[in-house]
Design a protein around this ligand. Structure first.
Ligand code: GLC
Length: 718
């Protein structure tokens, strides 16, 4: 379709309303009486144009899309089909682990494949755009949306962003969807981990740490970008011209659609950045933001701004054309119903093939945090009890469940039953609520625990405790869960904890007490089967955390790629009091578990560390290599990690930075050599003059199984 020809036939009103996004629920009445919900009711849209908005937000199922699209087009004047956008965050109906889990798999192909699966399911329900990947870098586990993120490292987040966009978009075929990277930018840096709170950082920090993941999505050809609720350098992202026009569009060459977050334009009044909705409309359009999600600034004020000469119709034309071109890319202008297919969606969604993908993803994402040897349990065990507030609930499928249904989720109890049959028994033990003090169920659970060979104790968070608006000031497991654990350990030491939560928790006490801890994150629709497979050794844990676990909340923010400071505390003094160093009177500096940490049922021996040269001329490529041997009793995977430290820079540089990784599988006794290429590009950073380049000097090289590894060589860049 010739989108410019379509644009020519649109009036200014048509164009303005094409920039408005409404909820799908508005269009479910065939008689055209729209269901005006939520902010819709305050939007005071011109009824004449409510059936000519450009895009729709959130829907549930193929039939809903068919009904809404039919009703919309029956009442629309211009008959330009809207496209449907959905929060397909970690699956559409078959849910895979929350993204902090997928990142822990350190598996780019997996990130790609689960997004591809989600796109297939979403396209069958008529979805055109997924509001994903969320790639916000995070350093504060008080922020509930860390569960959607890939964690604290810019390189890993960029790689996962790239892979996920490619998975969603593929070749933009009928069973792909357009991806929408979010939340641009630095939403994860909300002060105190309090959602929507102030973000304030230097341009250098922004560019060095927080922008690369969005750039990774843009490099993958992402079709849309969603701006964030927060300010950056005092300006709300919704109308941040430096971020949107100067960096995203002019510097990175992105010419796709930019959409606001939910009612974020009009919230610029609350920020104290705009006096009224008219100014919101002016500043957002001036920043080249295209779609207004669920607020009426554009609809109610753009026409006036054009008549006053403050906004030109050409500016509006550019925004409309970007949306029409996206619709064209999706084939919607030729076929408004795109790939919706009720029968196929029933066959595919939560079908065996997709469940297998989700199960594999949950197995690869899980992180073994501790194991004193009780795991894996024997499949021939005579009796096992699954106990705890997360033992028998489908809510473990996670926050942002999209079309996922709790009743379709395999619980841990069901997963264990699928392996040991009627040798399993269950007790709840306590409630999941973070403020629950009800101890009335503990005795029954303890009595059961005293009669079985092993206990799988399912602790952690409710699905709604990590997500949007779910900031917390206390991020340990609740005392009642510790009471349950203590009493069970008194009668049965053969107890493994399955931790089901969306974020890093300050579980120092759990680490001291529990013989084994398997972090499943919020593992999705097949979480129970994956957990059971890992507990009983049908699968071997291989995940590595991508966000630091603090010992206590008082250490937050705590992350591995920090600066040395002028008074570093020596590692060997970590638990000693050393005044006048950058340290605490009452706590070590080190985290409970460092970035990149995760155990296996087997052991891996690293040897024969090599660096091909100790000097690098510009344009050279060095090779760092190591041999890794499986010295244990299980065939297993290991994530071999490469870190580099730039010792001296025109600005200070992190103590180490992840620059590569390889996930390898080794049979029992097998040894492999892993090689990494080190090139000049990897050494670049935002220098004192704000140029992105590498500076001559000495670099330390680290290879290891997590970020606490030590350097084995250095080289000189000349
Ligand atoms: C929410 C979220 C955003 C989501 C959007 C639409 O407020 O911040 O991630 O895509 O609204 O649901």
């Amino acid at each position: 379709m010739d989108t410019k020809e379509i644009l020519k036939k649109m009036t200014l009103d048509d164009k303005i309303y094409h920039l408005v996004q409404m909820t799908t629920m508005t269009y479910l009445k065939a008689d055209g009486t729209d269901i005006v919900t939520g902010p819709n009711s305050t939007m005071k849209l011109d009824k004449e144009y409510i059936y000519d908005v450009g895009t729709l937000l959130n829907l549930v199922g193929a039939q809903t899309m068919i009904d809404a699209q039919t009703n919309f087009l029956n009442h629309s004047k211009k008959k330009i089909p809207p496209i449907f956008m959905q929060d397909v965050i970690h699956g559409h109906r078959t849910l895979y682990p929350v993204n902090l889990g997928i990142a822990a798999s350190f598996d780019r192909q997996l990130a790609h494949d689960v997004a591809k699966m989600a796109a297939y399911e979403a396209s069958l329900d008529g979805v055109s755009v997924a509001f994903a990947p969320m790639v916000d870098l995070v350093r504060d586990p008080r922020w509930g949306r860390v569960m959607e993120s890939s964690g604290e490292d810019p390189y890993l987040n960029s790689e996962m962003a790239y892979a996920t966009v490619k998975g969603f978009q593929g070749d933009m075929g009928p069973h792909n969807v357009a991806a929408c990277v979010k939340h641009y930018a630095a939403y994860g840096a909300a002060e105190a981990g309090r959602d929507y709170n102030t973000v304030d950082m230097s341009e250098r920090t922004l560019r060095q740490f927080y922008l690369p993941p969005y750039k990774g999505a843009v490099d993958a050809g992402v079709k849309m970008v969603m701006t964030a609720f927060n300010i950056v350098d005092g300006v709300p992202c919704s109308a941040n011209k430096h971020l949107i026009k100067e960096i995203l569009r002019e510097e990175w060459g992105f010419n796709g659609v930019v959409i606001s977050d939910y009612s974020a334009y009009e919230e610029m009044r609350d920020h104290g950045y705009c006096a009224d909705r008219k100014e919101c409309a002016y500043l957002a359009m001036d920043a080249t933001s295209d779609i207004e999600m669920m607020s009426p600034c554009y609809a109610n004020h753009l026409k006036e701004l054009v008549s006053e000469g403050k906004i030109t119709e050409e500016q509006i034309d550019k925004a409309v054309l970007r949306i029409l071109d996206l619709k064209n890319d999706l084939g919607v202008l030729d076929n408004p119903y795109r790939s919706v297919n009720l029968e196929e969606s029933k066959r595919v969604q939560v079908g065996p093939e997709h469940r297998a993908i989700a199960r594999y993803a949950a197995e690869q994402s899980a992180v073994l945090l501790k194991n004193d040897g009780i795991l894996p349990l024997s499949k021939d065990i005579k009796s096992v009890a699954v106990i705890g507030p997360n033992a028998n609930t489908g809510a473990i499928h996670g926050n942002w469940p999209c079309g996922g249904k709790i009743e379709e989720t395999i619980t841990v109890l069901e997963g264990v039953k699928n392996i040991v049959g009627d040798r399993v028994s269950y007790a709840k033990g306590c409630n999941i609520e973070y403020d629950s003090t009800d101890e009335s169920m503990i005795d029954e659970a303890v009595e059961l625990a005293s009669r079985v060979d092993a206990v799988i104790l399912c602790l952690g968070e409710h699905q709604d405790y990590s997500g949007e608006g779910d900031s917390r000031t206390y991020i340990d497991i609740p005392d009642v869960q510790y009471k349950l654990l203590d009493k069970i350990l008194e009668v049965n030491k053969n107890t493994a904890v399955a931790l089901l939560a969306g974020r890093p928790l300050t579980i120092s006490r759990l680490d001291e007490k529990a013989p084994a801890i398997l972090d499943m994150w919020m593992p999705g629709t097949e979480g129970g089967n994956a957990c059971a497979n890992l507990i009983f050794g049908n699968a071997v844990p291989s995940g590595k955390i991508t966000m630091t676990f603090p010992r206590v909340l008082g250490q937050v923010p705590i992350y591995y790629n920090a600066y040395m400071t002028g008074r570093p505390k020596l590692e060997e003094d970590d638990f000693n009091r050393v005044r006048f160093t950058s340290s605490y009177l009452d706590m070590a500096n080190s985290p409970l578990y460092p970035f990149g940490y995760g155990l296996s049922y087997t052991d891996f021996e690293y040897s024969d560390f090599k660096l091909s040269a100790d000097t690098m001329q510009r344009g050279d490529v060095l090779t760092a290599s190591v041999k890794v041997k499986n010295t244990g009793k299980y065939k297993a995977k290991e994530v071999v990690q490469l870190y580099i430290r730039d010792l001296v820079g025109s600005v200070v540089r992190p103590v180490k930075e992840l620059k590569g990784w390889e996930k390898i599988e080794l049979d029992i006794g097998e040894e492999k050599e892993v090689k990494f290429e080190i090139n000049e590009e990897m050494l670049k950073f935002w220098t004192k003059d704000m140029k992105f380049e590498a500076e001559n000097g000495t670099f330390d090289v680290f290879i290891g199984k997590n970020s606490a590894c030590h350097k084995f060589a250095s080289f000189e860049l000349k």
